[in-house]
Design a protein around this ligand. Structure first.
Ligand SMILES: [Ca+2]
Ligand SMILES: [Ca+2]
Length: 174
């Protein structure tokens, strides 16, 4: 019975410790492959991401030994080289696929294939409107907020100042 309940909790969007915290899906320069997704560990334990996957909109498998410490941020990029060039940020990747500019479905699944977090973002109210210069991402206002709700996201200038808009790769992640 406990196992059934646990499975249901995981499937119903009760997010685990690692959450999708920022999504840069509409770069201002359309020819630049600088889409990225930032993950955040809001829990109190280091999470082993070995074999975890991003699925649906984009596909990426985390290699063995990838871990995310409590409070740590981890960026997965469409093209890590392009991301480094534009924003000076280090990221995992590359992934396959593209993030839709008018909405898409981002899924983070663990090594067993169970969904740990999912965001079906949309363009426009109640979701932030992005896509014009200077190149906004959408960012969760508070990592403890339910990221299924558009009102819990805000537009954020990528690479801009501020503790919640910097790209940080957890040191232990690579
Ligand atoms: Ca896109
Ligand atoms: Ca979610």
């Amino acid at each position: 019975m406990f196992r059934v309940l646990a499975a249901l909790a995981g499937a119903s969007g009760v997010a685990a410790d690692v959450v999708i915290n920022e999504i840069h899906y509409a770069p201002d320069v359309k020819t630049e492959a600088v889409e990225f997704i930032e993950l955040y560990n809001r829990g109190t334990n280091t999470v082993d991401l070995s074999g975890w996957q991003m699925t649906r909109a984009v596909q990426f498998t985390f290699s063995g030994g990838t871990v995310l410490a409590p409070g740590g941020l981890l960026v997965v990029a469409q093209d890590p080289v392009a991301l480094k060039t534009k924003f000076g940020a280090t990221a995992l990747g590359p992934w396959s696929g593209r993030l839709g500019n008018e909405g898409d479905d981002v899924v983070l699944a663990d090594a067993a294939g169970a969904i740990q977090d999912e965001v079906e973002y949309k363009l426009g109210f109640p979701w932030p409107t992005v896509g014009e210069p200077p190149g906004y991402s959408i960012e969760l206002i508070n990592p403890s907020a339910d990221n299924d709700l558009g009102g819990h996201w805000r537009a954020s200038v990528v690479g801009g100042a501020g503790p919640t808009s910097t790209l940080v790769l957890n040191q232990g992640a690579v």
